[in-house]
Design a protein around this ligand. Structure first.
Ligand SMILES: Nc1nc2c(ncn2[C@@H]2O[C@H](COP(=O)(O)OP(=O)(O)O)[C@@H](O)[C@H]2O)c(=O)[nH]1
Ligand SMILES: [Mg+2]
Length: 317
């Protein structure tokens, strides 16, 4: 058959993206469809909004966030948790918002070797996201990606993020249960983090319990966490030595208790408000950067009648 003229191809419309069919594939366990959907959402490719609008509220899949300073052992702990969950035949998705995470293929060889056992396991879905915006902050996209993942019928979804200031609060808006990982050396740090951390932590982990001062540190944390919160949940403190697989089962238990406690129901409007706020902020601020403002100002300032308030109003959507 002769080849049709090139115009024929140029005028051909690609088939419209069918979000409902895509979601059905994701629900049925098609991991390739899931990976493609994540890429679609991450890069805002054609139809990504349709996909998000077609999501249904999946509240059954537990989403646990791990936050804490770099080097605290979050990845090691998650690795051990995945091993425990797999021993129980559970499926797990891990999403790492951390450029240094061993879940990231580009990481150090040692870390990669550590994660190797799970990379080849088809029941463990691992995805790492580049941080956008503030250094160490949670990628804006992770919210949407986790919600897509919730549809994929995993038994657990785990999110790792580096705890640098704001991101602890961000992860609280994202995860059902937030685990804050400390190391015994964090003695002074805890005083400065105290107020914010107490609000968002559902489980405290003192990792590297093989190190000196772990017991004292854990006891100090217990004193801080001794009072039940307004939602009735008393934050447990678990000591772990993640690289020796010690205390890992207790972390899973603590997460399970939190999930079953009903505290989550009290937290849900807060979590959703946090998410909605971030989505709206992102959309309203789209295209508005200080660089773009500066560029526009360079022109406008030539006008002697320039007025900052009229200028700003032009940008308010
Ligand atoms: N001594 C000790 N080292 C640990 C423990 N857990 C993790 N590590 C080590 O701490 C380093 C940082 O761990 P990693 O999981 O990458 O930390 P992350 O940055 O919080 O994800 C690695 O060299 C781990 O082997 C632990 O319980 N005890
Ligand atoms: Mg890590």
């Amino acid at each position: 058959m002769p080849c049709p003229p090139w115009r024929y191809f140029a005028n051909m419309q690609p088939p419209a993206y069918d979000a409902v069919a895509d979601l059905a594939a994701i629900r049925s366990g098609d991991r390739k469809a899931l990976a493609r959907a994540i890429t679609r959402v991450e890069n805002e490719l054609d139809g990504y909004r349709n996909l998000l609008h077609a999501l249904t509220a999946e509240t059954q899949v537990p989403v646990t966030g791990f936050t804490g300073p770099p080097g605290a052992g979050k990845s090691t702990l998650i690795n051990a948790l995945v091993r425990h969950l797999r021993a129980d035949w559970k499926t797990v998705a891990v999403i790492a918002v951390d450029p240094t995470s061993p879940f990231n293929y580009g990481s150090l060889l040692g870390d990669r070797l550590r994660m190797h056992e799970h990379f080849n396991d088809e029941h463990v879905f691992i995805r790492s996201l580049a941080t956008r915006g503030s250094l160490g902050g949670l990628s804006e996209k992770v919210l949407e990606i986790v919600d897509v993942m919730r549809c994929a019928a995993f038994d657990h979804i785990i999110v790792e993020t580096v705890g640098v200031g704001q991101s602890e609060v961000e992860i609280a808006g994202l995860a059902d249960t937030t685990v804050v990982v400390f190391v015994p050396e964090a003695g002074d740090e805890i005083q400065t983090l105290k107020s914010g951390i107490m609000e968002i932590a559902d489980v405290f982990v003192v990792n590297k319990a093989d190190r000196e001062g772990a017991e004292t540190f854990a006891n100090n944390l217990r004193k801080l966490a001794a009072h039940p919160r307004s939602d009735g949940w008393e934050v447990p403190v678990v000591k772990t030595t993640a690289n020796a697989d010690i205390g890992v089962g207790e972390v899973l238990e603590a997460i399970g208790h939190h999930r079953r406690s009903g505290a989550l129901n009290a937290k849900r409007p807060y979590l959703l408000a946090e998410k909605a706020y971030r989505l709206i902020r992102r959309d309203r601020m789209r295209g508005i950067t200080k660089a773009a403002l500066k560029e526009a100002l360079e022109n406008e300032l030539k006008d002697p009648r320039f007025n900052l308030y009229r200028f700003a109003d032009q940008w308010v959507k």
